[in-house]
Write a new protein. Structure first.
Length: 129
């Protein structure tokens, strides 16, 4: 079944751009909310994410510091499938938003969004937002 691309956006309030960037791109930040354990092979920019007894590797395929980072799962055969975090500052309020782009099969999209929402709530809790 083909996967659909979707975008979700979260208002991150008064979280700073640098603190959000750490949470979406650094080992210590990602291990606070995204996975139980995160390791990185710095020579190849490959992250290993571990949840319980399962793990998965992702490579960074695009990185614009303090703005956007895109990962691709190493076991993903379709190279056009990725997940991406993008930071934006709202002009009027000055608040930060975190935009997530991901792919899911149509019948799994709701579950995927629910999982992201739970993970971002954990990130907000860790940031004190």
């Amino acid at each position: 079944m083909p996967r659909e691309k979707y975008h979700i956006e979260f208002l991150m309030g008064n979280a700073t751009q640098s603190s959000l960037w750490r949470m979406i791109s650094q080992i210590d930040g990602l291990s606070e909310w995204f996975a139980e354990e995160v390791e990185m092979d710095e020579t190849e920019s490959i992250y290993t994410f571990t949840w319980g007894k399962s793990s998965n590797q992702a490579e960074i395929v695009m990185n614009k510091p303090q703005s956007v980072i895109r990962y691709r799962w190493m076991d993903e055969e379709d190279e056009s499938i990725y997940f991406e975090f993008r930071l934006r500052k709202l002009d009027l309020s000055g608040d930060m938003t975190l935009e997530i782009t991901d792919f899911a099969e149509a019948d799994e999209k709701g579950d995927s969004i629910t999982l992201w929402e739970a993970q971002i709530e954990e990130m907000k809790r860790r940031l004190g937002v």
